[in-house]
Design a protein around this ligand. Structure first.
Ligand code: FAQ
Length: 328
């Protein structure tokens, strides 16, 4: 395992000369690669964040998957199918990036299925109408891009590289969502009401995607020092609000926040208080769809057991054939 081979035998994390050299490389904007020495805490933080990110992509397929059979037109169905498939691909790149840190895919999947690993709070909310597919693309993918563009410059090479393609695809997702919202917002009174209702329900949970406020963020200080994160949770949340509010107004929609107003002095949009109790409840497993989401992932894992068995049997057979050829 990488982690065993590369552990610092000389001292505790964060205190030795190797740690100083490591931090100097980070400060010089060097990329850290899998075979380089790294502090255990850096490795653990990356495994935690990348795997949570991978789980989010995989669980994130579920709310949208709910609408594949009911998309209003063939064009919408094809785009949604492609989007959901992209999310599955993102999960796979991210699991592969996490595996370079010395953890196995099986361990990571087990952590998700037993509820020990987190995934993004946003995917514990239901998709009640077709407009929710527009709102997810516009707001959820929009928030994901805002958070992920800086990750393309993350100090860990495999994570940073995986984010480049992911961000390109998320950008397409965001546009298809905004286009769905545009059509609804310019449609009949009923369609406009659907778009408004979706914005009302998805706005606050989208703001929670950026994580707790900076003073309550346990990992931000270390992650900023290691250049895993380039901006704090609150800074990215504000950037997202500043970019998104004018888009909503362009659509003729209103935001479910009476406090929201442009602050000419700061140049930013001031906004109301986020319900952090709701965020904590969702993280603790008590959101509207937590149980349903985990049950769906567990069922998919059980139903896919034969595929894993068949793939292993096929690989064993290929190995045996290769060995036999070598022996001849
Ligand atoms: N949900 O100390 P911090 C997507 C946890 S991808 C759940 O601030 P950190 C694509 C956090 O893990 C969306 N848990 O943590 C798509 C930690 O718990 P732990 C996912 C959350 O890591 C679109 C604790 O709270 N994106 O949407 C959340 O420095 C459409 C303390 O927090 C990523 O994962 C939350 N919202 O900052 C797919 C991006 N926020 O681990 C389908 C990469 C915080 O100690 C359809 N991740 N927590 O038990 C990150 O940038 C960071 O991990 C943050 C959190 C910013 C999420």
């Amino acid at each position: 395992m990488y982690s065993q081979a590369l552990q610092d035998p000389t001292g505790a994390d964060g205190a030795g000369p190797q740690d100083d050299r490591f931090q100097a490389r980070i400060d010089a904007e060097d990329r850290i690669e899998p075979n380089d020495w790294m502090p255990d805490a850096y490795r653990r933080t990356l495994i935690r964040q990348i795997s949570q990110h991978a789980h989010s992509e995989i669980v994130g397929m579920l709310p949208e998957g709910n609408w594949i059979t009911r998309a209003p037109t063939l064009r919408r169905k094809a785009a949604l199918l492609a989007k959901v498939q992209d999310e599955g691909g993102h999960g796979l790149y991210l699991y592969a990036a996490a595996e370079t840190l010395g953890v196995t895919r099986e361990e990571l999947v087990e952590q998700l299925l037993t509820g020990r690993a987190k995934y993004s709070s946003i995917f514990n909310y239901p998709t009640l109408s077709w407009a929710d597919i527009g709102a997810i693309g516009w707001l959820v993918d929009g928030a994901a891009i805002m958070n992920q563009i800086p990750l393309c410059r993350c100090s860990y090479g495999p994570y940073a590289r995986s984010m480049i393609r992911i961000c390109k695809e998320e950008s397409f997702h965001q546009r298809q969502g905004f286009e769905i919202m545009t059509v609804l917002a310019r449609g009949s009174a009923e369609q406009q009401a659907m778009a408004q209702d979706a914005l009302n329900r998805w706005w606050w949970p989208s703001l929670m995607m950026f994580g707790p406020p900076d003073q309550q963020s346990q990992h931000s200080d270390a992650s900023m020092r290691w250049k895993i994160k380039r901006f704090t949770n609150d800074a990215l949340r504000q950037k997202f609000i500043d970019a998104t509010v004018p888009q909503g107004h362009f659509l003729g929609l209103t935001f479910p926040d009476p406090v929201l107003r442009h602050n000419a002095a700061s140049g930013h949009w001031d906004f109301g208080t986020i319900d952090w109790d709701e965020f904590r409840r969702v993280l603790a497993g008590d959101g509207p769809c937590n149980r349903e989401r985990l049950a769906a992932r567990r069922r998919a894992h059980e139903e896919g057991a034969w595929v894993r068995e068949a793939a292993l049997a096929h690989a064993a057979r290929q190995r045996a054939v290769a060995q036999q050829r070598e022996a001849e």
